[in-house]
Design a protein around this ligand. Structure first.
Ligand code: L34
Length: 285
């Protein structure tokens, strides 16, 4: 029976640390502000953005929301990004994805100043991560690494399998595991024998967006299983990419959905915003 990795608790510890540092900065007259941009009325995005605003409040940041109509043009959004880049009172800029189809996400991401790119999605930040010399890590993969480390299982030399190859989760996740000296395999929709690959994993990260794709019989006894999936079923219930019920019988450690990776994404965003503010204020420890 697997031990449940408590993302809520671990994320709350991260936020407490951020709050403590933010308070010290405030006492020096440095206020920290995150600009949160949401376009359209996707209900899931609304939930996540609200959680981000709430987390800002908790750690003592200002959050400034920019809620734009679903028909906003690419140019209008670019103009807003330019304005936020130029605003010295804004330390971090978060444009919640996905964006409506008339807007090219890459174009928006590339317009955000890399110093304010608290998602670490900008090509220059992605490149820095690849090299291993970076200021920010993307929130979800970084949160996953913290969850893996919380188990005490050593990563060096282990077989790590990442299912999913998105720019936002799969690819950077693989890179972070590689930095910690895991032997990393990336699986995706064209992988020939997914079950066989997963079964080799000491550390398994599922980030594909297919509900309950990973079953217990695909998991190695005692493995660390991190479920990034955030699928809403027809009954309104959230479910991960891992079939929790069968997986928990085999895994050594497993994250629940909800209460696993999601809260860590938000806590890491707070940590990145703090880092951005420190860099922008010339504080280097
Ligand atoms: N720019 N867009 C940008 N940055 C991000 O880091 C994100 N992401 C993903 C979607 N778009 C983004 C998020 O914020 C996914 N994501 C995210 C954040 C938080 C949660 C889930 C996804 C979360 O808090 N999940 C809760 C359950 C929430 C619910 O009930 O719906 C959990 O406990 O997992």
């Amino acid at each position: 029976m697997a031990q449940i990795i408590d993302g809520k608790k671990i994320s709350s510890d991260v936020k407490m640390m951020v709050a403590k540092e933010a308070k010290a900065l405030t006492q020096k007259g440095i206020n920290i502000c995150l600009a949160v941009v949401i376009v359209g009325d996707d209900p899931a995005s609304r939930v996540y953005v609200n959680s981000k605003k709430k987390a800002c409040e908790l750690v003592g940041f200002e959050s400034r929301e920019f809620a734009l109509d679903k028909n906003t043009t690419e140019q209008e959004l670019l103009n807003l990004v330019d304005k936020l880049n130029a605003d010295d009172t804004v330390n971090g800029i978060l444009v919640q994805l996905p964006l409506p189809k008339q807007i090219d996400e890459n174009k928006i991401i590339e317009r955000i100043s890399p110093l304010k790119d608290v998602d670490a999605f900008h090509a220059s930040n992605v490149g820095k991560i690849m090299i291993g010399d970076y200021n920010f890590l993307p929130c979800t993969p970084s949160g996953c690494m913290d969850l893996i480390k919380s188990t005490g299982v050593k990563i060096t030399g282990k077989n790590a399998v990442v299912v999913g190859r998105s720019n936002i989760v799969g690819k950077p996740m693989a890179m972070l595991l590689l930095h910690e000296s895991a032997t990393v395999t990336i699986c995706h929709s064209k992988t020939k024998d997914l079950a066989k690959a997963c079964k080799e994993a000491d550390i398994l990260v599922a980030a594909v967006g297919v509900p309950k794709l990973i079953k217990g019989d695909m998991i190695k006894e005692g493995a660390v299983v991190i479920d990034v999936g955030m699928n809403r079923l027809e009954d309104g219930k959230l479910c991960g990419d891992v079939d929790f019920e069968s997986a928990k019988e085999v895994a050594g450690y497993i994250t629940p959905v909800p209460g696993g990776v999601g809260p860590m994404t938000i806590a890491t965003l707070m940590r990145n915003t703090l880092t951005a503010a420190k860099i922008q204020n010339g504080i280097t420890e």
